[in-house]
Design a protein around this ligand. Structure first.
Ligand code: URP
Ligand code: ZN
Ligand code: ZN
Length: 456
């Protein structure tokens, strides 16, 4: 029941200090230096960092996309999350049959996760059409812990601008966050058609069919719509371009409130040169990888506070499925694994690489995702009373994502060629040690659905 972590270096969004931490009944009980007489199991974390369990608010662990299904289910996907230090995920529902209700999708996902998940999890409602029933359901579900809704400006269920405005207005009224995939669908379809006619179908053209301007334009447009909706809370997912980032900065500078932003490790660590690799198909994702200048801008955006969150967009497909797009990128399921790699990839490239501070690391991986998505102070936090979700990182270790050690089902990592500085030492979820000595030791089905609050 009691676990004491001794001699570690605690990192919060503001401070870094040596202290011991006592966990009791799944909660953080106390932080201090006087637990010598306390009974309980002990972990000696001498010289290691003690941080809140990370929160990943953008996963597609269990997703049917056309003919393809992600390689993970809620067991393997959340196992990978835990082994990488992420103790809570917030999953985006897949599109359902045309005209389906929001509640039916939420219920399906709750059933899929219930006996399988090992990390804790929340769900974003995904809105694929807009009518009076959907707007009513948004209110009902918000009261049941679904405090955010996702919309797409591209793909099969892209919403028209007027429908986006209706969702934003409803979100503003309820206080829910509207997460938006921003790309200009019409231009992408035009470019895809043009490349197909010219027989330009290799993965390289995937990136060219989704240029940076498509993201920038869509970010600008949706920010204006959120402003029209009375500065309704809006969250730009997987920001990948300097142009999109500048559009966010400009909107904030104009005085628009309630704008939140996310980027992902792939846009920080990898660039468009990957589409010239032999395994280019593995990097087919939307938006695509960008230029080195975009990467530099995103790192700057993190350190100056323009970007709030680093999430993953974890959307893993098997190598066999990805290879279906080798000769025609339009046949390739979009997305890549990343939920296990996120924390150590950012620790290595960001903290060890001198691009962000340790405090910023905790802010963008733990605190901000928790705050913006209604999990705070229960998750992403090292205060007494919060869930005892903790990751212990050894900065002197190394991490290698090249193969057998991975805990998801895709069988590969985008970061397999990179040696990472630092190593995940131990992960604790609600007081239970679930990862230690390089092994997953959690129990299937022990993850909890977390009702998220509305953060006005
Ligand atoms: O390529 C991606 N990112 N696939 C997952 C769906 C999405 O757009 O987030
Ligand atoms: Zn997306
Ligand atoms: Zn996504």
């Amino acid at each position: 029941m009691e676990l004491i972590i001794e001699n570690g270096i605690l990192v919060t969004g503001r401070d870094i200090f040596k202290a011991d931490i006592m966990l009791k009944n799944g909660k953080i009980a106390a932080i201090g230096s006087d637990f010598a007489e306390q009974p309980g199991e002990r972990i000696n974390a001498d010289g290691k960092y003690i941080m809140p369990g990370a929160v990943d608010v953008h996963t597609h662990i269990d997703l049917q996309a056309g003919d393809y299904h992600t390689s993970d289910d809620f067991f393997t996907g959340t196992r990978a999350a835990l082994c990488g230090g992420t103790t809570t995920v917030v999953e985006h529902l897949a599109f359902g049959p045309e005209g389906c209700s929001l509640r039916s999708r939420i219920n399906e996902y709750k059933t899929a996760a219930k006996d399988k998940a090992v990390s804790d999890y929340g769900l974003h409602g995904v809105i694929q059409h807009v009518d009076a029933d959907i707007l009513r359901e948004m209110g009902e579900l918000a009261a049941e812990g679904i405090s955010s809704f996702k919309i797409y400006m591209t793909y099969d269920f892209a919403l028209a601008d007027a429908d986006i405005l209706r969702v934003l207005e409803k979100g503003g009224e309820l206080g829910t966050v509207t997460a938006v995939h921003c790309e200009n669908d019409s231009i992408i379809n035009y470019l895809r058609g043009r490349f197909a006619a010219e027989n330009k179908k290799t993965p390289f053209y995937h990136a060219l069919s989704r240029p940076a301007e498509c993201e920038t334009e869509a970010v600008c447009r949706v920010l204006r719509l959120a402003h029209m909706a009375g500065d309704a809370p809006i969250y730009i997912v997987h920001l990948s371009t300097e142009g999109g980032l500048n559009a966010v900065r400009e909107a904030r500078a104009r005085g628009q409130r309630n704008i939140y932003t996310e980027t992902c490790p792939q846009y920080l660590l990898l660039d468009e040169n990957c589409y010239s690799n032999r395994d280019a198909v593995k990097y087919i994702m939307s938006p695509p990888l960008r230029k080195a200048a975009d990467q530099a801008a995103l790192w700057k955006g993190l350190s100056d506070g323009s970007i709030d969150i680093i999430a993953t967009d974890h959307c893993p497909f098997s190598t066999a499925d990805k290879l279906r797009g080798e000769r025609d990128f339009t046949e390739c399921p979009n997305g890549a694994p990343g939920v296990e790699e996120r924390v150590m990839a950012i620790f290595s490239a960001g903290v060890a690489g001198g691009k962000i501070t340790l405090n910023k690391f905790v802010e963008t991986l733990c605190i901000n995702p928790s705050r913006i998505y209604g999990l705070y102070p229960r998750k992403g936090n090292l205060l007494p009373g919060s869930d005892a979700d903790i990751m212990i990182i050894n900065e002197k270790g190394e991490t290698d994502f090249s193969g057998a050690g991975l805990h998801g089902s895709a069988g590969y990592s985008l970061y397999g060629q990179k040696k990472m500085t630092g190593r995940m030492d131990t992960v604790i979820r609600r007081g239970d040690i679930v990862y230690a000595e390089d092994r997953f030791i959690g129990q299937k089905g022990t993850g909890l659905f977390i009702e998220r609050r509305i953060c006005r």
